[in-house]
Structures are given as C-alpha cells and as structure tokens.
Design a protein around this ligand. Structure first.
Ligand SMILES: C[S@@+](CC[C@H](N)C(=O)[O-])C[C@H]1O[C@@H](n2cnc3c(N)ncnc32)[C@H](O)[C@@H]1O
Length: 228
C-alpha cells in the first residue's frame, strides 16, 4: 500500500496517530530553548511544519503571532487542521503536499522548521529531497527541530527490522498501519543531517505508545539543528 494511503487510512480510523490539539511537549521545550539560549523572540517568525498532522504545533505557533505553514500528506488531517485553525480564529496555510517532493516556497522563506515524527516514513530518495529542500527554504542560521524514530536501545525497533524487514536500510513494515518506517542509529542520523545542518543538540528519549491495550516502548531522537 502506498505510504500516503496508509496515512490517510490512519486519520480516517485512528489507531496510533494523535488528534490531540495541544502542542507537542518536545516542541514546547525546543521553543523554550530558542527563547532562552538563542535569544529568539517567538513572534513574527515564519514557521514551516513538515507533516503538520491535525495542526497542533502550527496552530500553537500561529496563536502566538507567527506565520505558520503546514505541509501534510493526508487530506483528512489537512481538513481537520484547517477547521481547528478557523475555530481558533487563526490563518494558517495548510497544504496537501508531500515533504518528499520539492517545496513550493522561495529560498530562505522560513525562520524555523519542525519535523515532529513525520519524515520516518519517507524513502531514501524522498528523504534526500526533504533535507535539501528544508535547507533551501530556511534562512541562513535558521533552526530545525527534528523528532525521529531511534534504533539505538530500542528492542521493538530491532525486532521489527528482523521480523518485518522493509525495502531499505533500517526500515520495517509497520503491519498495523501498512507503513514502511525508518529508524536511525546515532551515527547515521548525525551523518545524514550534518550534510546541511549543524547538529548542536541530540538527545535520546523514550516514549511509551499504547496500542490495542498494550504499551510499547520506543526511542526517539530529539535534534536541535541549525542551518549551515
Ligand atoms: C506521527 S504523525 C505526527 C503529526 C504532527 N507532526 C504532530 O506532531 O502532531 C506523522 C505525520 O506526518 C505525515 N506524513 C507522513 N509522510 C508524509 C509526507 N511524505 N509528506 C507530508 N506529510 C507526511 C502523516 O500524515 C502524519 O500526519
């Protein structure tokens, strides 16, 4: 099944994805870091949310006086994000578009980009486009927050790669969603993002996901990146 169909089906009958309207906690921590450590006033910024889902992070940033754009592959998620923005009296530019294809924006159009567990399901070719495009549309010195699936110390990820291998390196088929996902070992993550970004903070975090009454432990990378 194509990856976009898998995501669309997930939003129509959610099993794993959240429809929570509150901003993601790791995003809030990143924004606090920008305020305190990078002296960035979180107002009047242009923010790009990659894989914006139902808009919890982009709407939060728009509510605080920033101009937000969300790219998202699921039409159901885009519609929900738009209606939530409308209810909140916000103007947020949500577009149905893959983050693995060229972005329809000018060079240096954004101050900040977010990828909150969205690029895991890109294939390698798309992932290269996603990275070079994010670099192109960010201003020099712009910041990029990435939360991505981590392979290191994640027994579930290793079992999935062994039992349901995907077509590319460190991928597996998530059979519940019919989705191929990529996990990153630390060095692979650093090598990939360092092509275009300075990785100035990289932290491993464990989250527990509940699915069909069971709790699954998964590891994530939380990366603070700065455009080179
Ligand atoms: C785990 S959800 C996270 C959503 C959102 N970032 C959040 O924090 O609520 C991953 C999101 O990425 C989107 N996505 C996956 N592949 C994508 C692609 N190629 N282009 C755009 N969005 C994509 C999915 O539809 C989904 O909304």
């Amino acid at each position: 099944m194509p990856q976009d169909t898998a995501w669309e089906n997930e939003y129509k009958r959610p099993q794993l994805v959240t429809k929570d309207a509150k901003p993601q906690k790791d995003v809030l921590r990143f924004l606090k870091f920008l305020r305190k450590n990078a002296n960035i006033d979180l107002e009047n910024l242009n923010v790009l949310d990659l894989g914006s889902g139902t808009g919890r992070n982009a709407n939060y940033l728009a509510e605080r006086g920033n101009s937000a754009v969300g790219l998202e592959i699921s039409a159901t998620a885009v519609e929900l994000a738009k209606s939530r923005a409308r209810e909140m009296g916000l103007k947020v530019d949500y577009r149905l578009q893959s983050i693995g294809e060229k972005f329809p924006f000018d060079d240096g159009a954004f101050d900040i980009a977010l990828d909150v567990t969205s690029s895991n399901s890109l294939n390698e070719k798309e992932r290269d486009v996603y990275l070079s495009e994010t670099h192109r549309v960010l201003k020099s010195g712009g910041y990029f927050f990435v939360k991505a699936l981590c392979k290191d110390g994640d027994k579930n990820a290793k079992a999935l790669i062994k039992n349901n291998p995907g077509p590319e390196r460190d991928t597996y088929i998530n059979k519940d969603m019919n989705l191929v996902e990529r996990v990153f070992a630390r060095q692979d993550f650093v090598d990939f993002y360092s092509k275009y970004f300075e990785v100035f903070s990289l932290e491993k975090k464990t989250n527990y996901t509940r699915f069909k009454g069971q709790s699954y432990k998964r590891n994530f990378w939380l990366a603070y990146l700065k455009r080179k």
